[in-house]
Design a protein around this ligand. Sequence first.
Ligand SMILES: [Zn+2]
Length: 271
Amino acid sequence: MNRLKNITKILVLLLFIGIMGTACKDKAGGGGLNFFSLKDDITFGAQVAAEIETDTDTYPILDSAQHQEAYAYLYAIRDSILNSGAVMHKDDFQWQLRLIGDDETLNAFCTPGGYIYVYTGLIKYLDSEDQFAGVMGHEIAHADERHSTAALTRQYGLDVLLSILLGDNQGTLVQIAKGLSSLSYSRDNETESDMRSVEYLYPTAYDARGAARFFEKLEEEGEGGTPQFLSTHPNPDNRVEAILTHWESLGGKEGETFESRYTQFKNSLPQ
Ligand SMILES: [Zn+2]
């Protein structure tokens, strides 16, 4: 009887190890362990987004009712990406988009569960809609591939994140929300998001090399110091080349840049 018990224990243990192995592999997202479930990402994302909405000093969000045309323009870009058929969690996540009125910050970010934030500083820096769509695709990929919760687990530890999920740790939630715009991803995650950006844009009217054009522009213009986007999105070697190679492997289809309507959009933003 004891022997049977032991065998049962071993079988249960083996089963557990098997499940854990699969879970780690599935959720690692190339950036280390991620014990969050999809549902956790959704819950956590909603908590963080609610906190961001209230922290108007850190995140001066432009009101969507007062800036309807700007939001309509941004929603159209977002929806082209979401309707590409390449976004895995299109129907699972919110994909809420907020425009942050800060011309000094050249950045964009996306929380777990798909809350997208773009700074007017980034929009005004870019030259064309495909560049912007490329960057938005890259940010959407961080949420879609669930990189953010992997990165947050590395930074804060699982216990802290779980306590927030349970509603027990408002102080750290506030801190995390403040730091989200400067959350740093692993190089593997960066490469993966670059590749996804190409895949998301490829079926759309956009030129799928938009993100590469943004990186080229940053390199060429030097930007006096490191723009926030690059400090939070480490620059793997040959980032541009990797994007171009991936684009070629998909067939090398050239798309639209929509430069003139993008210029009109930029000029319509508050100065
Ligand atoms: Zn990134």
